[in-house]
Ligand binder design. Structure first.
Ligand code: TA6
Length: 364
């Protein structure tokens, strides 16, 4: 019997420990052996479900991997209020948080927050030609930067901004309108960065959007890493937007065609390509998107760097997923620890950086 023949035409309701595709428990070698750590990867992890089969599935079941009893126990239950397993615009596995009329979409690829829809509109920005591909970040939302920021210091062949935004993450915990995703070192990551680590991202939706990144050194050697929540904000007209809280803060400008002289005692305005790494930053900043009538407040903990970036027209044409005019409607304000504020972790220790976003409408 072919795989397709054995699949029910309309997936019914299956208990959590059964595959939502075929209804079976797909007991795999590992769970039979009772040793989840050893043995080959689960059967269900290696099976490619034919598109024709997936087309039979109702929307809410799309993209749910064919999982066996063991994996089902690892996968977080799908019955938590405010959390839905769906797929993103590229049919990649994703989670949707819902609360207070707001929605957040998170791709399991890179644990990337793709969008945050609120009563005031979409707070995060996505490029005009987004690509939702396996193993690649979408230009927009909140791509994760880890374990290095920007180009690798000694090997330009390595992926810019590290690999965290390109690897698969797993959902390991769900609470009401909150999920925790997790990834750890693999043979592939160790070829890029030879350290054992566990990285977790918790996303919580309520009156605010909370994003917390926790890194644990699970190896035997001390390591240092850089990190950033590379947040793309909808800015309306960038010429009318301003960033507040970085007045008089030390920074380095990395733009190829920067503004040149500007008033460091005033709020940051965008008048040219801007790519500024601020250090020893305060824990509260705000973006005033004047033409959207919106203010977004960023409150951080354990983030000592902030990068503010807009490519302006010249660099935009060199960037993937962008159209020529895209620069006009976004800015990145990235909560980070980079450069002199890279984090050093001894074996067995952890570091937690968090960002809380709150929006408000300007008085009419
Ligand atoms: O955070 C600013 C920055 O380093 C810019 O220099 C620009 O390269 C941007 O990140 C986007 O990087 P990406 O690798 O996502 O195209």
């Amino acid at each position: 019997m072919s795989q397709a023949d054995s699949i029910p035409k309309r997936a019914g309701q299956y208990p959590n420990d059964h595959c939502p595709l075929c209804g079976g428990d797909n007991q795999c070698a590992n769970s039979a052996a009772g040793d989840a750590a050893a043995g080959p990867p689960c059967w269900c992890k290696s099976v490619q479900i034919p598109e024709a089969v997936l087309d039979c599935l109702p929307e809410q079941a799309r993209g749910v991997a064919c999982i066996c009893a063991r994996c089902a126990k690892q996968a977080a239950p799908t019955t938590v209020p405010g959390v839905h397993q769906i797929v993103d615009q590229g049919q990649r596995p994703a989670l949707q948080l819902a609360a207070n009329g707001q929605r957040v979409l998170i791709s399991l690829t890179g644990a990337q927050v793709l969008s945050w829809h609120t009563e005031h509109g979409d707070v995060l920005w996505t490029a005009s030609e987004p690509k939702y591909e396996a193993g690649k970040p979408v230009r927009g939302g909140v791509p994760l930067v880890f374990p290095w920021f920007g180009d690798h210091r000694s090997n330009q062949e390595l992926p810019a901004h590290g690999f965290a935004r390109s690897v698969d993450w797993q959902c390991v915990d769900q609470q009401v309108s909150q999920v925790t995703l997790q990834t750890s070192d693999t043979e592939a990551t160790r070829k890029l960065w030879n350290h054992a680590f566990l990285a977790e991202l918790t996303v919580a939706l309520g009156e605010t959007l909370g994003i917390t990144m926790t890194v644990t050194n699970t190896g035997d050697d001390t390591f240092s890493f850089e990190q950033a929540l590379h947040t793309y904000f909808a800015a309306g007209d960038i010429h009318e937007a301003s960033v507040h809280g970085l007045e008089n803060v030390t920074f380095l400008e990395h733009a190829r065609e920067p503004e040149g002289e500007w008033d460091h005692t005033a709020a940051l305005r965008f008048r040219a390509e801007t790519d500024r790494v601020f250090q020893d930053v305060p824990d509260e900043l705000s973006l005033h998107a004047k033409t959207l009538g919106r203010t977004v407040t960023l409150h951080t903990s354990n983030s000592r760097s902030t990068i503010v970036w807009n490519p302006w027209p010249t660099k935009t044409v060199r960037l993937s997923q962008m159209q020529a005019h895209d620069w006009r409607s976004f800015c990145c304000i990235e909560s980070a620890n980079v450069g002199d504020h890279a984090i050093t972790l001894a074996p067995g220790t952890s570091h937690e950086m968090s960002l809380t976003l709150r929006t408000s409408q300007d008085d009419p």
